[in-house]
Design a protein around this ligand. Structure first.
Ligand code: GDP
Ligand code: MG
Length: 442
């Protein structure tokens, strides 16, 4: 993964005072690979990397982050920017009904989305109407009716009098129906072919002209990969659209399509669909997608928190102690724990660190109350015991348990865990990837 490769890059970059051209190039080479692996369109990748290089070259070095973290941060911000920055909300019409039209290839997930969107709107106190304007496939109307029933949302379907066989007439009639029956949002489901098709594109344009939508949403399968750009361009130039819905994000696609489409069309991704059920649906969050595309796990969150809260001096002292091979004692352990606790729940923080997956079980066992207990135990030790826990024999442990109001088993547990942590810390120290400024420096 990119995370692994950047960890290797960390090693090369650590300790340098400023971003050199070759540092930037080296890191961007890894980022480029990660984007291509996420199926971002090649020309989009090239443009993107060029924009990042421009931002990074000659950039001032942050105090809180090491150079690679800083590069990742800039790349991530650039990515989020292209993906639309913040979540873009639906624009509701001043005079209801708000009309939302769905467009996209066949099988992209439009009809499924109509149900999800209907339920989502209904849950937020709207009164939506789904419209079956896909009369291309024999079963399409029925499919929407089933979806609507499941979502508990009304469906407007062709009947004698409102345009059997004519999707444009059905769409037009649905708006009248919505006005009559006071539906405040109309969601128009349309037909699509497997490939872009002139006749169906014209049909979509005719429907658009008939209903004058407030939002045209382009629904696209996240698995489409490299084809995303061509398809999106065809729809952008044909029917046109205001926002993108990425579907099938529950698959293993990393979502590079989102970046390609956003970059090429300049339109924001608004919703994400991640499953066949009605509840598998959410507003699109550019920051989450950026970290999915970069495949950085939660390293990005860690960078953010390190910037916010970490006490650099303290961390550096502990790190230097580790690196210089001096005994890392329980006092340091306690200090580290207290410093890390400031950053958020312990288990979460440790879980975010690269390479910590193997310690998940131990990490999961550390809870906040337990840290209080650990504090009490360590405070009941003499300085000599804290500096060198190896001298803790049976009678010392009994005394400490008494003094801290815990049991000998709990004291033993701490001493054992401390030994584990010491091992863990020296590993991290060697990796230089703890996210602490100065960590691993000479
Ligand atoms: P349409 O032709 O654009 O209307 O697409 P449909 O809504 O009929 O969806 C096509 C297929 O994709 C159906 O089998 C859906 O169940 C499935 N589908 C739609 N959205 C998702 C999704 O987010 N995740 C998964 N796994 N399947 C989806
Ligand atoms: Mg459909």
């Amino acid at each position: 993964t990119l995370q692994d490769r950047l960890t290797a890059t960390f090693r090369n970059l650590r300790g340098k005072g400023r971003l050199s051209e070759s540092d930037v190039n080296e890191a961007l080479r890894e980022i480029r690979l990660a984007l291509l692996e996420a199926d971002v369109n090649l020309s989009v990748v090239k443009e993107f990397i060029a924009a990042c290089r421009e931002k990074l070259t000659g950039a001032e070095i942050s105090q809180a982050l090491n150079p690679t973290q800083q590069i990742v941060k800039v790349v991530n911000e650039e990515l989020i920017g292209i993906l639309g920055g913040q979540t873009r909300e639906v624009r509701f019409a001043k005079n209801p009904p708000t009309v939302i039209m769905l467009a996209g290839l066949q099988g992209s997930g439009k009809t499924t989305l109509a149900g999800k969107l209907g339920k989502w709107l209904k849950d937020s106190k709207h009164h939506p109407l789904l419209v079956a304007a896909d009369l291309q496939r024999p079963n399409a109307v029925n499919q929407l009716q089933v979806v609507g029933q499941r979502a508990g949302v009304a469906v407007f379907a062709p009947e004698p009098g409102n345009g059997i066989g004519d999707p444009v007439a059905v769409a037009r009639a649905s708006i009248e129906e919505a006005k009559r029956k006071l539906y405040d949002v109309v969601i128009v489901d349309t037909a699509g072919r497997l490939g872009v098709d002139a006749e169906l594109m014209q049909q979509a344009i005719d429907i658009r002209n008939a209903v004058n939508p407030d939002e045209v949403l382009f629904v696209v399968d996240a698995m489409i990969g490299q084809d995303a750009v061509n398809t999106a361009q065809a729809f952008a130039q044909g029917v046109g659209f205001d926002g993108v819905v990425l579907s099938k994000l529950d698959g293993d696609a990393r979502g590079g399509a989102a970046l390609s489409i956003a970059r090429v069309t300049g339109k924001p991704v608004m919703f994400a669909s991640n499953g066949e059920n009605l509840k598998d649906f959410d507003l699109f969050h550019p920051d989450r997608m950026a970290s999915r595309i970069l495949d950085m796990g939660d390293l990005l969150t860690l960078i953010e928190q390190a910037e916010k809260t970490f006490d650099a001096g303290q961390a550096q002292k502990a790190a230097e102690k580790l690196i210089s091979g001096k005994q890392f004692g329980l006092d340091d352990f306690l200090q580290q724990m207290q410093a890390v606790r400031k950053m958020g729940p312990m288990s979460k923080i440790l879980g975010m660190m690269p390479g910590m997956g193997q310690y998940k079980d131990q990490i999961g066992n550390i809870d906040e109350k337990e840290i209080d207990r650990i504090e009490a135990i360590i405070y009941s030790m003499t300085p000599a015991e804290r500096a060198n826990p190896d001298i803790l024999n049976g009678s010392r442990r009994t005394r400490i348990a008494k003094g801290s109001g815990t049991t000998v088993a709990e004291v033993n547990g701490l001493v054992n865990r401390f030994a584990e942590t010491r091992k863990m810390m020296s590993q991290l120290g060697a990796m230089g990837a703890l996210g602490m400024p100065g960590m691993g420096r000479k």
